[in-house]
Design a protein around this ligand. Structure first.
Ligand code: PLP
Length: 219
């Protein structure tokens, strides 16, 4: 079932769109099934669950942390995490840099933006992101790499609203690219699109979709 769902999705999305298989709450056997079908990139949103799965599962899996991350837990992920999707403060960036340095590595991060109409404590505004990126402190952070932006659209059947929100995120991406990352090829990702809205997200320029239930079934 998992292998079939994966191959169907893979056949329908452009080859240059990365698929993050969101395995949160799912048992390791489900991840293994996807792994044997060729999937290597997985997303989790709980630190302890991710640490446990990393220990148990093949070491060539690329683990993406997609949830809200508390600064005090960064140290648990820093030795192995491939990408942190939801960075929304200077405080968190500072801590990721510190722990990456301790592990002698550079950690890829996406800046999370608040694009949905729903109230949320998480996600930056464009102004806040610009403030971070133009600060002297940011320039000193040598062990993080900002590789793009991430956002979640409103959970609604109104496709035009979802499309508008993804367009807003793409616009933010373009503004930041031209002001801060013009000569930095690493800044290339627009992480947007989940099971319910990834087709719209791809039409609006997504380079990375995060799919859980459409691969692994309902949670
Ligand atoms: C759970 C989750 C997903 C996957 O959601 P599905 O609707 O199951 O595809 C994607 N992104 C984030 C940030 C999530 O928390």
């Amino acid at each position: 079932m998992i292998a079939e769902a994966l191959s169907k999705i893979k056949s329908e999305i452009p080859a240059d769109v990365q698929l993050v298989a969101v395995s949160k709450t799912k048992p390791s056997e489900d991840i293994q099934a996807a792994y044997y079908a060729g999937q290597r990139v997985f997303g989790e949103n709980r630190v302890q669950e991710l640490v446990d799965k990393h220990e148990e599962l093949p070491k060539d899996i690329e683990w993406h942390f997609i949830g809200h991350l508390q600064s005090k837990k960064v140290k648990n992920l820093a030795p192995f995490v491939s990408m942190i999707h939801a960075v929304d403060s200077m405080k968190l960036l500072r801590e990721i840099n510190k722990q990456a340095l301790k592990n002698d590595r550079t950690i890829s991060c996406l800046l999370q933006f608040h694009i949905a109409e729903e109230e949320s404590k998480y996600g930056l505004s464009l102004e806040e992101a610009q403030e971070i990126l133009s600060s002297n402190e940011f320039v000193e952070l040598q062990n993080i790499s900002i590789v793009g932006v991430m956002g979640m659209a409103t959970f609604t059947n109104d496709h035009e609203q979802v499309r508008d929100e993804f367009r807003t995120l793409e616009n933010y991406f373009n503004v930041l690219k031209s002001h801060f990352f013009k000569f930095n090829d690493a800044f290339e990702h627009l992480s947007m699109g989940m099971s319910g809205d990834y087709k719209i997200a791809i039409e609006e320029g997504s380079t990375m979709i995060r799919l859980g239930s459409s691969i692994f079934g309902a949670r």
